[in-house]
Design a protein around this ligand. Structure first.
Ligand code: HEC
Length: 171
């Protein structure tokens, strides 16, 4: 069905109001709040301040998926301050503690793609069982994986899942 003038008009109006909403929500932190419910932000003393300081330029998903040790988080926070993150010193102490407490490298379960059973691969990498079995079959037939790209090339593999969890993979 061709778009009539009315429909075009209303979709432009929608677009404009969405953009206005995004701008308004971004400024007030509501966008960050909305995204926080999607991203994994566990409760804790620093949650609110972390959302306020770290959730405006980008959604919280950019850091809730990361797993770093204290030194790694300190580097990120320094980098973000250089990029314009604003807050009091005591805010950043809370933010650091919250990040280290909840997104620490230590609690990431890792998996060796060259020795793990299919069920473990499926669990740690968030793959469907059939995909994990395909990895094991491929490994048996072609030999060990050496790089993340080797894994992504296996037919049927969810390359996005692999990319997202690549820091959990050992060879
Ligand atoms: C003034 C804007 C701004 C604020 C505030 C901000 N960031 Fe960022 N952040 C950026 C930009 C710009 C990037 C790089 C572009 C991108 O990946 O979106 C980035 C990227 C990141 C990355 C990915 C870095 C990488 O090397 O891939 C992480 C993690 C991150 N920010 C965490 C945080 C945390 C934690 C805070 C709160 C302390 C924070 N950000 C506050 C602007 C900001």
């Amino acid at each position: 069905m061709p778009l009539g003038p009315l429909m075009i008009h209303s979709s432009i109006a929608n677009l404009v109001s969405t953009l206005l909403w995004l701008v308004a929500a971004g400024c007030s932190g509501e966008l960050a709040q909305a995204q926080a419910s999607k991203a994994q932000m566990p409760e804790g003393p620093g949650k609110a301040v972390t959302l306020r300081i770290c959730g405006n330029c980008h959604g919280p998903g950019i850091f809730t998926k990361r797993r770093l040790d204290r030194e790694g988080w300190a580097d990120v926070v320094d980098d973000m301050i250089r990029r314009g993150a604003k807050g009091e010193d005591e805010d950043f102490v809370l933010v650091m503690d919250y990040l280290v407490q909840n997104f620490s490298k230590a609690d990431v379960r890792r998996v060796n793609v060259n020795s793990a059973e299919a069920s473990e691969l499926a669990e740690v990498l968030g793959l469907a069982q059939a995909q994990a079995v395909a990895l094991v079959d491929h490994r048996r037939a072609q030999g060990n994986f050496k790089t993340i790209d080797d894994i992504k090339k296996v037919p049927g593999i969810d390359t996005r899942a692999v990319e997202e969890r690549k820091d959990r993979i050992d060879f």
